[in-house]
Ligand binder design. Structure first.
Ligand SMILES: [Zn+2]
Ligand SMILES: [Zn+2]
Length: 141
């Protein structure tokens, strides 16, 4: 992976919560599920998947919202309690893998979105790169 892109820094809109990412980003992925639509106020969340071991909060502490999917699975969604910016999420059962909201990075690397998930609920006004991998729901595995 490109050493020049790490460590990355990021945070919320008001600056109360700040973080660094010191591990290579494992995947770039957009999620079109209805929860991400509500939580972002847009058509999707755009995410960098990273190992939690490579993530550190350097300032503040986000609030956590426990969202239960139709499958019964619980997803913890972390956001700034002051300005509301969504920051990252992880499954209750897999805290070792964080799904970081790419827009919260200060200088996101210039990459395209490699995969789109939950495309079955994608809004007609969301663009999906036809070159990308696409899954109607969660990716297999
Ligand atoms: Zn904030
Ligand atoms: Zn989602």
């Amino acid at each position: 992976m490109n050493a020049m892109t790490t460590p990355l820094t990021g945070g919320c809109l008001c600056g109360a919560v700040r973080y660094t990412v010191s591990a290579p980003i494992a995947a770039w992925r957009a999620c079109h599920c209805t929860h991400c639509q509500k939580a972002s106020g847009t058509g999707m969340s755009v995410n960098a998947v990273i190992p939690a071991a490579g993530f550190a909060l350097t300032q503040g502490s986000p609030k956590r919202f426990e969202a239960r999917a139709d499958s019964g699975r619980i997803l913890y969604r972390y956001f700034c309690g002051d300005c509301g910016s969504p920051l990252y999420s992880h499954r209750q059962t897999s805290p070792e893998r964080l799904v970081l909201r790419a827009g919260s990075l200060d200088q996101p690397p210039a990459v395209t979105i490699a995969s789109n998930i939950w495309t079955a609920s994608a809004r007609p006004w969301s663009h999906i790169d036809p070159e990308s991998e696409q899954h109607p729901a969660n990716p297999p595995g």
